[in-house]
Structure formats: structure tokens, C-alpha cells
Design a protein. Structure first.
Length: 274
């Protein structure tokens, strides 16, 4: 449990991500139901959340928000400037703001929060919604070491989290691990196409591909080998893997992947609200 107890947490925006993190806090017993408030403006969604989260659900803020220690911003970036006005009267300088909003820099959030300094910027990814996500986070000097530990504990409820010392690495994480989910699905799409054209049913193709990926990931993570060493291990001279790789290399697949990820990084910088 936390050093400061009970730690009251508020989540602003109970959509896909906000509700996933909130559910993780409760499931992992990091926050007790009595210490968690989720603000969700959408009535239908609030009704759905009632069955998922046994915590306080509110449509709008009141003075209860001032008693929370951590406030998680989980609304869409484009509505944030309009939304935050209602919450501002109940936010004070001691509260720690944790933003999962894509493309919103610490200085941008600080500006919208009238110069608030205790802000952590996070970049989660899709699988946070099934507790298998990875989140990269950046905290400026105004956030203490204990607070960073607390944030990590909260973020780990939706998978794994890693702190970075340079905010630019949040844009890099946007490309590598957030857009990264999309890139993996792009590979799956093409792998599926090939498998089905070779005669497998969709169901069988999905099973084979998913297990091939998860098995390869496990092998890579649990052994002492680099991806390159493992690739060489399964590539015998004149064999089938070599034949496939030859086409990938001729068509520049590897380079395209590197360039694509760098393009996503560049775009993250362009879209970022500095
Ligand atoms: N989804 C991802 O994979 C992913 C990955 C990385 C980062 N993120 C970031 O995570 C954040 C949330 O994304 P999401 O996919 O969870 O979006 P979402 O499902 O649209 O959730 C946002 C929720 O906030 C609600 N909301 C709007 N105004 C509000 C207010 N004044 N008070 C309380 N709630 C309010 C929205 O209701 P209405 O729909 O009625 O407006 C919606 O239910 C975004 O900033 C996004 O950039 C998402």
C-alpha cells in the first residue's frame, strides 16, 4: 500500500482508457473503491461503468475532487481545454496530475491548469484495456521520487510502465509502443492474407499466427539472444526462411519498418501541443 493512505484518486473521463485504468486500480487493490472517483459525462457510459466499477461515479466535479491526491486526465485531447474549466475550481497545487492524453505536453497541460507544476505525462497503448499494456511516462522535477513511485504503481495496474527522463521520448513511445499496436496489426493483416491464400481458414490462420508471434516474443524475452541472433538461428542456408527473407530484403521491408516508425515519431512531434 501507499505511504500516504488512503490515497484518493480521481479519473476524469471514464472511456476506454480511463475505465481500464480505474478497473486495474481496483482489481490490483491499489486504490479502494471508497477512494476512487470516476467522472464521466456520458450517461450511457456511466450506466455501463456501474456494472464494471464499484466506485463513485459522477457526471461533474464538486468539492470532493479537492480531497483527491491524484487526478488522472483521460479525456480526448481535443476536448481537454473546454472540459478542464469545470474542474479547475476544485484542483489545488498539491494534487498530482497524471495525463494519458496523447500529444499534450507537460507545458501545455500546465498552461491550461494555470501554471500547475506537478504533472506526469504518460503514453499508454491499446492493450492497457486488457491489462497487457505498456505505458511510458515522464515526470518533471516538480514531481517527487515518491510520487513517481506512486504513479508507476498505478500505471502498472494496466500492464507495465517505464519512466523516461526526457519528454521527447514520449513522442518516441507514441511511435514505438502506441502506434506500435497498429503496426503489429498491419503485420497480422498481411500474414493472414498469405496464410489464407495458402489454404488455411481464417480461424486456423489466426491461431497459427497469434501463437507464432507470442511464442517468438517469449523466446526473445526469456533467452539471452538478440532478435538478429534468433533470426539467424532459424535461417538455414538455402532453406525456406532464407527464401522468404530474401524477398523481404529485396522489397526493403526492414527499412520500410524503420522509416514508418520514424515517420510516426515525426508526426507525433508535429501533432503535439507544446
Ligand atoms: N485508446 C487508446 O488506445 C489510447 C492510447 C494512448 C493514449 N490514449 C489517450 O487516452 C485518452 C482517452 O482515450 P479513450 O480512447 O479512452 O477515449 P474515450 O473512450 O472517448 O474516453 C473519453 C471519455 O471522456 C468523456 N468525457 C468527455 N468530457 C468529459 C467531462 N467533461 N467530464 C468527464 N468525462 C468526459 C467522454 O464522453 P463523451 O464520449 O460523451 O464525450 C468519454 O467517455 C485520450 O486522451 C487519448 O489520447 C488512448
Amino acid at each position: 500500500m501507499f505511504e500516504r493512505s488512503p490515497v484518493k484518486v480521481a479519473v476524469i473521463g471514464g472511456g476506454n482508457m480511463g475505465s481500464a485504468f480505474a478497473a486495474g486500480f481496483l482489481r490490483e487493490n491499489i486504490v479502494s473503491p471508497a477512494d476512487l472517483i470516476v467522472y464521466e459525462v456520458n450517461e450511457d457510459r456511466r450506466a455501463n461503468l456501474k456494472t464494471l466499477l464499484n466506485c463513485e461515479l459522477r457526471s461533474a466535479p464538486g468539492k470532493e475532487l479537492s480531497d483527491t491526491v491524484i487526478i488522472i486526465l483521460a479525456v480526448k485531447p481535443q476536448v481537454f481545454p473546454d472540459v478542464i474549466g469545470d474542474y479547475m475550481p476544485f484542483i489545488n497545487a498539491d494534487q498530482l496530475i497524471v495525463s494519458i492524453m496523447a500529444g499534450c505536453s507537460v507545458s501545455y497541460i500546465s498552461e491550461k491548469l494555470n501554471g500547475h507544476t506537478k504533472i506526469v505525462r504518460c503514453m499508454p497503448n491499446l492493450a492497457a484495456q486488457i491489462s497487457e499494456g505498456v505505458t511510458v511516462f515522464f515526470a518533471p522535477d516538480a514531481v517527487s521520487t515518491d510520487e513517481k513511485k506512486l504513479v508507476k504503481k498505478l500505471l502498472d495496474a494496466a500492464g507495465e510502465s517505464y519512466a523516461v527522463n526526457n519528454e521527447d521520448l514520449i513522442d518516441a513511445a507514441t511511435a514505438v509502443s502506441s502506434s506500435g499496436s497498429g503496426f503489429v496489426f498491419y503485420l497480422f493483416e498481411h500474414w493472414m492474407k498469405a496464410a489464407c491464400e495458402l489454404g488455411f481458414s481464417e480461424e486456423m490462420a489466426q491461431r497459427l499466427i497469434a501463437k507464432t508471434f507470442s511464442g517468438a516474443v517469449k523466446f526473445w524475452q526469456e533467452g539471452d539472444y538478440t532478435a538478429e541472433a534468433l533470426r539467424k538461428m532459424v535461417t538455414s542456408k538455402g532453406g525456406t526462411t532464407e527464401a522468404g527473407l530474401k524477398v523481404f530484403n529485396q522489397r526493403g521491408l526492414g527499412e520500410s519498418l524503420v522509416e514508418g516508425i520514424k515517420a510516426a515519431y515525426k508526426r507525433a512531434g508535429e501533432l503535439s501541443q507544446k
